[in-house]
Design a binder for this molecule. Structure first.
Ligand SMILES: [Zn+2]
Length: 251
């Protein structure tokens, strides 16, 4: 087999592109660079104004749920620096429905059964496709602790019976280290100062409010299954999630 050197590859590639009537581009004409001033809370609860810079690439995405405007907001070179937004805002009521979800690759890609993340994502996209709104998707798994830590936690659950809260405590990891400044920046970019947030997690509400977004809560409850019941019970009883099926006070 004849081996080509790298510059020969490049040359062949260029000839191929030229033969198709196109030219090679770095795509820089396809995205925007933005600067935005946002309020950032400090430890003393005093907010400070900081300037952030990011890039935004936009396209349309036809999905099984419907067609969405799709944007990738990029804060850096790593995949977890990207925040995705799927929106259907053309005839959305105001304030729009918003789902803020962070990645759960085990359930969303591999369909693991131990949590309700896939169903929450599916239900949100169905809702937004039909009635308008937006989904902001943060590429951080394990409630912001990362997929490696999440896997350690799952194994502690399997071999020692620890729930997700106790497993994170054993690993010395905060229960929910997610941070919402980039999600708030996405809303600011889209000129959305207030949302109806589809969530059971009070920390998400507080996280957006800390960055100046007005939030009304809309419940997003998925019926527990035999496999997901323990995880949802732990979230309700140890982590303050507003899941009616497992709240001790059901009034
Ligand atoms: Zn999950």
């Amino acid at each position: 087999m004849h081996c080509l050197k790298m510059n020969e590859y490049r040359c062949l590639s260029m000839q191929y592109e030229q033969s198709r009537g196109t030219h090679i581009s770095d795509g820089s004409h396809l995205f925007q660079r933005q600067k935005l001033l946002i309020q950032k809370p400090s430890l003393q609860k005093m907010s400070t104004t900081v300037q952030i810079e990011y890039k935004v690439a936009s396209t349309q995405l036809k999905t099984a749920y419907g067609t969405f405007d799709f944007q990738c907001f990029s804060w850096g070179p790593h995949e977890e620096d990207n925040v995705l937004c799927l929106s259907n805002l053309s005839n959305s009521p105001s304030p729009p429905i918003c789902r803020l979800q962070s990645a759960c690759y085990t359930a969303e890609i591999f369909r693991s059964l131990d949590c309700d993340c896939h169903e929450q994502l599916q239900s949100s996209l169905e809702h937004i496709a039909k009635g308008g709104g937006l989904l902001i998707y943060m590429l951080c798994d394990g409630r912001g602790a990362g997929l490696f830590t999440k896997t350690l936690g799952l194994e502690l659950g399997r071999i020692e019976g620890l729930d997700t809260s106790d497993a994170y405590a054993r690993l010395g990891v905060p229960q929910d280290p997610r941070e919402y400044s980039r999600a708030a920046a996405v809303l600011r970019h889209l000129d959305i100062p207030r949302v109806r947030l589809l969530t059971n997690n009070p920390r998400k509400i507080a996280g957006l409010r800390d960055h100046g977004i007005e939030v009304q809560r809309e419940a997003l409850e998925i019926c527990a299954t035999t496999d997901s019941a323990e995880y949802l019970r732990t979230k309700a009883q140890k982590m303050g999630h507003l899941i009616q099926q497992f709240c001790e006070d059901k009034s």
